[in-house]
Write a protein that binds this ligand. Structure first.
Ligand SMILES: [Zn+2]
Length: 324
């Protein structure tokens, strides 16, 4: 905790220094909006339509729990007209700095605050913090859409009607996505309906779509898996004949490899069910590089690898790789 605080102070100090410098040249007159993670940038882009330019600070494969702002990030924070972040301690090393920017009067919005506290998960291992991975439950995440529309309208009142309309259309798409995820996860035979991943990003997915989840690492990616955790998980997988475990694109698969080796040493077999997008999306410009594509990919890969039924290219036939 202490080093987060320290990094936050350092960033705040750097930012104050930066404001004196000339702001980078804007490509046009549209408001420049910065969002921390890709999932959030995607939703802001959809709601903003062509009224603003939206940039994601963290690209594909970046771990938001550990991301330390680069010089470029610091410049982007200083020059953005509005900043959106998830909050709920997701952006562990930037949270203090973001809060400080907000208190200084900048237009800074934590969309996690749109979620009523009784809908957040508060697992014991999070030591009093809510679970920040709210995008994993599509209905829960869809609450952030209205919050984004309202915030953009405060910032740009002339666009209010556009934002409201874009948000409503997107909400309809999200309802379709939520139905699809629910449907395909329900087709997994109940004994095999166990989701094993590298870190605790899938708690909301588990709660919303009724699939128990187990992770090798804890809630933030800063903790290391202990030998006892790995042995316990190996026992569980062998006893329950779980057919596949999953890697995450923003994390090293090292801990999961120890689990695979453990299962094989017991004479059982298990496969890698593919890569899941947990805290970052797929490549820019691809379907998996959107929030809807990311969740479609995850649900499809999980259902198919665990013996359920899902179309090989997902909800709308748009997945770029055939899932197992
Ligand atoms: Zn995470």
């Amino acid at each position: 905790m202490f080093h987060w605080l320290f990094a936050g102070l350092l960033l705040a100090a750097t930012l104050t220094g930066c404001q004196a410098e000339a702001a980078p040249q804007k490509a046009n007159d549209k408001p420049q909006i910065l969002a921390t993670v890709g999932m959030l940038a995607d939703v802001v882009t959809v709601v903003a339509g062509d009224r603003a330019d939206v940039v994601a600070m963290m690209g594909p494969g970046v771990d938001p729990h550990l991301h330390k702002p680069t010089r470029r990030d610091v410049r982007a924070l200083a020059s953005a007209d509005a900043i959106f972040y998830v909050g709920l301690t997701l952006e562990g090393r930037m949270a203090d700095a973001l809060e400080r920017l907000r208190l200084s009067g900048r237009h800074v919005v934590a969309v996690g605050e749109a979620i009523p506290s009784d809908l957040l998960r508060h697992p014991d291992e999070f030591e009093g913090h809510p679970d920040p991975h709210i995008w994993m439950d599509v209905r829960l995440w869809s609450r952030s859409v209205d919050r984004i529309a309202t915030s953009l309208a405060e910032f740009d009142p002339e666009g209010a009607e556009t934002y409201r309309r874009n948000a409503a259309a997107y909400q309809r798409e999200l309802r379709g996505l939520d139905d699809y995820v629910r449907q395909v996860v329900a087709t997994i035979p109940s004994r095999q309906r166990q989701l094993v991943t590298a870190h605790d990003a899938f708690g909301y997915f588990s709660r919303a779509y009724d699939i128990p989840v187990h992770s090798v690492q804890g809630i933030t990616t800063e903790s290391e898996a202990g030998l006892a955790d790995i042995t316990g998980l190996v026992d569980f997988l062998v006893t329950n004949d779980v057919p596949a475990i999953f890697i995450e694109t923003s994390l090293s698969p090292r801990n999961l490899q120890a689990v695979l080796a453990g299962v094989e040493a017991r004479g059982a077999s298990i496969s890698i069910g593919g890569e899941l997008f947990s805290d970052a999306m797929g490549a820019d410009g691809t379907y998996e590089g959107t929030y809807i594509g990311m969740i479609d990919h995850n649900a499809t890969a999980i259902a198919r690898a665990l013996g359920g039924d899902a179309p090989e290219r997902g909800m709308a036939g748009r997945l770029s790789t055939v899932t197992k």
